[in-house]
Design a binder for this molecule. Structure first.
Ligand code: NOJ
Length: 518
């Protein structure tokens, strides 16, 4: 593949609402992102994922797109966004936009046409039954709001009607086959949107709900996968440097469908959640039962829970694409919720030395807190992970010159709210640790996307030791020193958090430590 740049890519996710407000209206903007590109570079990040920044009524924070080709005026103009691409490229930073192909806003022009009683070009752009009292079986649906005597399928919230890519096995007269010209027209319309932004300088897309296109799919997602393979062919032929990362959470399917990367997302009880968020039972959050692997006092620490899922995926997909591990995202509770700075350092040391392409969520580099806030723009519990970036000790922690009650969300009111400014001055801060870790990753090919990964010691009650290429890494998250017998003689620590020492074929790790041995 010609997306060679992914081999050493480290992404920074920006929730544009909350990054930096340069015009004092209380909400972040494109100019704010441009202003902070040097900061992003200084972290060691060389790629961005920007959450949806298109025209939208913002009932789901922009995941309800009203016009795919128009920048949301609250962030700036299309020209500002093109300038952002250019300024990022000058600094060697690639920019992925967020593509939302499964649904639009109910205010999108396609939907306004589609709901009309008189048939038109867009009648089949969404999934409609053919009678006002006929439900869309098996899916959320809405009736009673359209001129057309029919009900329509939802893909997520009420504001997000599902786009129609056809059905794998149509059973009702109103269900189109996936090769129906109108189903193909939806796919082509989405490719047109992609071409539009790629032609203006964006470098690819994070794809929302990538598995959701063809409804009532078979287990193997063959209908949806066929669409993404077709999209990938277009990219390879026309934009060979462009990359796509999917919100699919199933690398074996997503990478075979043509994605370059797929996220391993946090779901209560899964392997990734066991690392930093093992306090969630369903959607109820209780710190009392926290058994997260990187917690110093985890009662029953077990890296096996992560490895069981991860290794199977890794072995199956290592030759076809990348698994992306994240510190957090805009849908997930920030890791600082239950972990202190020392615990976060170890967790990030692990995440940033694993294979694939890592993602750092804005503000996690300084350990921003999860705040308990009322919902904003359909965020609900996610709102607390979307608060303004904390730059310095000035008004609104440097996020905005506007008045505090005009802000998109309040800034962390704590007296000890972490800021970039304070952490820059402290060599041991989380911020400077992130910088050191990413510098290490960039300096050693063995720590980048492609080098081999093999767990060497993974038993409960022992440190976790793993190999990347010819390097050996070890992490001891617990509050007591531990030793492990393993052929390490002759190896030298290149980078250590806490203490680590090689004594013949014994590796001695201090309490809460990490080391990378060459
Ligand atoms: C996943 C996005 O990450 C989330 O924020 C959004 O609400 C849903 N998809 C719907 O688009």
């Amino acid at each position: 593949m010609s997306t060679q740049w992914l081999k050493n890519a480290v992404f920074y996710e920006i929730y544009p609402q909350s990054f930096l407000d340069t015009n004092g209206d209380g909400i972040g903007d494109f100019n704010g992102i441009i202003e902070k590109l040097d900061y992003i570079s200084s972290l060691g990040c060389n790629a961005l994922w920007i959450n949806p920044c298109f025209d939208s009524p913002f009932k789901d924070a922009g995941y309800d797109v009203r016009d795919y080709k128009k920048a949301a005026p609250r962030y700036g103009t299309n020209n500002d966004l093109y300038r952002l691409f250019g300024e990022a490229h000058k600094r060697g930073i690639r920019v992925l936009l967020d593509l939302v192909p499964g649904h639009t806003s109910e205010e999108h022009e396609w939907f306004l046409q589609s709901q009309k009683a008189v048939p038109n070009e867009y009648s089949n752009r969404y999934i409609w039954t053919d009678f006002c009292f006929e439900p869309v079986k098996g899916m959320g649906f809405i009736g009673g709001e359209s001129e057309r005597s029919a009900t329509y399928a939802l893909n997520f919230f009420k504001c997000q009607p599902a786009l129609n890519y056809g059905f794998l096995d149509p059973k009702e007269p109103w269900q189109l086959a996936t090769d129906h010209p109108d189903a193909i027209a939806t796919r082509e319309a989405m490719k047109d949107v992609m071409r539009f932004w790629l032609d203006h300088g964006c470098d690819g897309f994070r794809v929302d709900m990538a598995a959701s296109l063809v409804k009532f799919d078979d287990e193997k997602k063959s209908g949806t996968s066929a669409i993404w393979k077709n999209v990938r062919e277009m990219l390879d032929a026309e934009y060979p440097d462009a990359a796509m990362v999917s919100e699919w959470n199933c690398p074996p399917l997503a990478l075979r469908a043509g994605y370059h990367m797929d996220f391993y997302l946090s779901h209560p009880g899964n392997g990734y959640a066991s690392l930093m968020r093992d306090y969630q039972k369903g959607f109820s959050i209780s710190k009392d039962s926290d058994n997260s692997y990187f917690r110093k006092d985890a009662p029953d620490r077990d890296i096996g829970r992560f490895l069981e899922e991860y290794e199977a995926w890794y072995k199956d997909t290592r030759d076809i694409g990348y698994i992306s591990l994240l510190t957090c995202n805009h849908d997930t509770i920030r890791p600082r919720f239950n972990m202190d700075m020392d615990e976060l350092k170890l967790a990030y040391a692990f995440l940033f030395t694993m294979p694939g392409v890592p993602f750092l969520y804005y503000g996690d580099e300084i350990g921003m807190r999860y705040l308990d806030l009322p919902t904003r723009e359909g965020g609900y519990y996610r709102t607390g992970s979307r608060t303004p970036m904390q730059w310095d000790g000035s008004k609104n922690l440097g996020f905005s010159a506007g008045c505090a009650d005009s802000l998109y969300l309040p800034v962390d009111p704590a007296a000890d709210a972490p800021t970039v400014e304070a952490q820059e001055a402290d060599p041991d801060s989380l911020l400077n640790t992130v910088r050191a870790l990413l510098k290490l990753r960039h300096s050693e090919e063995d720590l980048q996307a492609d080098a081999d990964f093999e767990p060497l010691v993974k038993e409960k009650g022992k440190p976790f030791v793993y190999r990347r290429g010819s390097m050996m890494l070890a992490v001891n998250p617990c509050g007591e020193a531990m030793s492990v017998r393993i052929p390490v003689s002759g190896r030298k620590p290149l980078f250590t958090l806490g203490t680590a020492e090689v004594e013949g074929d014994v590796l001695n790790l201090g309490a809460q430590s990490f080391t990378a041995l060459k």
